[in-house]
Design a protein around this ligand. Sequence first.
Ligand code: C5P
Length: 219
Amino acid sequence: LSPQDLAGKKVLITLGPTRESWDAVRFWSNPSSGTMGACMAMAAHLRGAEVTVVAGPTALDFPSDISVVPVNTALEMYQAATDLWPDMDIGCATAAVADFRPVSFGEGKFKKSDSRDSGLTVEFQPNPDILQSLGAHKNSSQKLIGFAAETADIAQEAERKLQSKNLDLIAANDISKEGSGFAVRTNQMYVLDSQGRREMWPQLSKTEVAWRLWDHLLL
Ligand code: C5P
């Protein structure tokens, strides 16, 4: 039996990609499968937590004891997560949120002929940083875990995000490395916490990473 060391804790997890519509049929997104978030959710559930998942579009299924709030856009994810946050003990942001959304073309479908062969320019506007907002409204009993997918300066970027987003723990990985990042079953993590611990972990399955992250937070 799993240790029930998260019993009585309410855990909020954001996961998956977001989809940012441009017209009636087109959207901007990324290849996040939601696997890391699902692993965090399942591990927390097995360890006794009451888990709520705010999920962008994924192919995942969850046991009925995990409550799932499905969303599409970053704005919807922001709204759901910030509404839920005051009632939570722990937040964990694994979602690959689109940092920008296209300025909408309109209600209908853009036609190729509309561009008159001159190509297509789409304007974007920034989305809110959900994790940053949770961090800004974190009370002294709440804990917050972030993730960081980097292609360069992992250590510096992770340090900066730990501070600027007011996190208790951040797990960073180099997505340019094989076996780390999007749509793979493993991750190699550089783990930093607000108590000054810094650890480089070996390449592990996402299930194992999730289990160890909860261990690390509870230590
Ligand atoms: O700043 P960066 O996007 O690299 O930070 C990654 C972390 O912030 C992840 O935990 C991700 O889920 C979260 N994030 C968020 N909302 C955004 C952008 C990132 O919650 N708009």
